[in-house]
Design a protein around this ligand. Structure first.
Ligand code: PEP
Ligand code: MN
Length: 339
């Protein structure tokens, strides 16, 4: 349920509504927009009728949000959420490119890729240290050593970094090194993990689960928002369908839907979304056209030697070619990309 206050409602009137709702067991989330304040109240709806909130001073209206997600909804917050990370903004006019290897393999590899990413104009480097591999025999990532290397590479080249955290017990450690925490597709409904990352003052990127509906994906974001962290972004990375030619089916309609239903930035991962490097560029362009706020792309100087996901990784040359096209598409949809 949300309470929409009148334009220019005074602090005192807002506090009175908040107090009344809190006294009656509602959990409150305030959204102070440019024009009006919206009070999100999560709790027992049946008690609401007796409270006469609508009759209180400066209350414009009370709206029952029908969707199961409340804080993530456009009703709760009509303006786009813009996440600020130093001088980098996600969800604003600029389309953010996050690029790097699937996995951090060595210090040399990470520094070489950080150099490629920096020279491309992108501002965020990706790289996995804890890898959720289907096979227990596959390379599992370098763990904390990988995080140290990624941090060093980010600092050496002035790039923000994003990496996956797989378990609640590791969040503190990963947050110590990384600017953004990534929740992997396989962990989208790991609720203890979602609750734990919500405790940290770091942006969280939530990848859509392999067979998650759009609503389930947004509910994962709701967990983090409800836990007190409002720096949440969604990431479409392809879903399971009957198709086997591609690794996953990149659902670009989900990007449009998520932008309409929520105020959160939406990022697209065309690498895992297709599994084939030749498809990555065109799908990245389609994603920007569909309204994505950013892309997360796997880049490797020698994809054939990559320890993980080489077949979907772009070479430096192909990555830079793609960025030239992304700039053109960004202009066409009134956005900006890599200067
Ligand atoms: C990744 O980005 O490294 C990754 C494992 O992605 P996903 O969780 O989408 O499979
Ligand atoms: Mn990968």
């Amino acid at each position: 349920m949300i309470v929409v206050m009148e334009n220019g409602a005074r602090e005192e009137a807002i506090s009175k509504v908040v107090e009344k709702l809190e006294e009656n067991g509602f959990l409150i989330h305030l959204s102070k927009g440019v024009e009006r304040t919206i009070i999100g109240a999560v709790g027992d709806k049946s008690r609401l009728a007796d409270l006469s909130i609508e009759a209180m001073l400066s209350v414009d209206r009370v709206i029952n949000i029908l969707a199961p997600y409340k804080l993530a909804s456009r009703e709760f917050k009509s303006e786009n959420t813009i996440i600020k990370l130093g001088d980098v903004t996600i969800g604003g006019e600029e389309i953010q490119i996050m690029a790097g290897p699937c996995a951090i393999e060595s210090r040399e590899q990470a520094l070489e890729i950080a150099d490629i990413v920096k020279r491309s104009g992108a501002k965020i480097m990706r790289g996995g240290a804890f890898k959720p591999r289907t096979s227990p025999y596959a390379f599992q990532g370098l763990g904390e050593e990988g995080l140290k290397i990624l941090r060093e590479a980010g600092e050496a080249y002035g790039l923000k970094i994003i990496t996956e955290v797989m378990e609640p017990g590791n969040v503190e450690m990963v947050a110590h090194y990384s600017d953004i925490l990534q929740i992997g597709a396989r962990n989208m409904q790991n609720f203890p993990l979602l609750k734990e990352v919500a405790r940290f003052d770091k942006p969280i990127l939530i990848k859509r689960g392999l067979s998650a509906t759009i609503e389930e994906w947004i509910m994962a974001a709701e967990y983090v928002l409800n836990g007190g962290n409002d720096k949440v972004m969604l990431c479409e990375r392809g879903i399971r369908t009957f198709e086997t030619y591609t690794r996953n089916t990149l659902d670009l309609s989900a990007v449009v839907a998520a932008k309409q239903l929520t105020h959160l930035p939406v990022i697209v991962d065309p690498s895992h979304g297709t599994g084939k490097w030749k498809l990555v560029g065109p799908m990245a362009l389609a994603a920007v056209t569909a309204g994505a706020d950013g892309l997360i792309v796997e880049v490797h100087p020698r994809p054939s030697e990559a320890l993980c996901d080489g077949s979907q990784s772009l070479t430096e040359e192909n990555f830079n070619k793609l960025l030239i096209q992304i700039k053109k598409i960004a202009n066409a949809v009134d956005r900006e990309a890599v200067q």
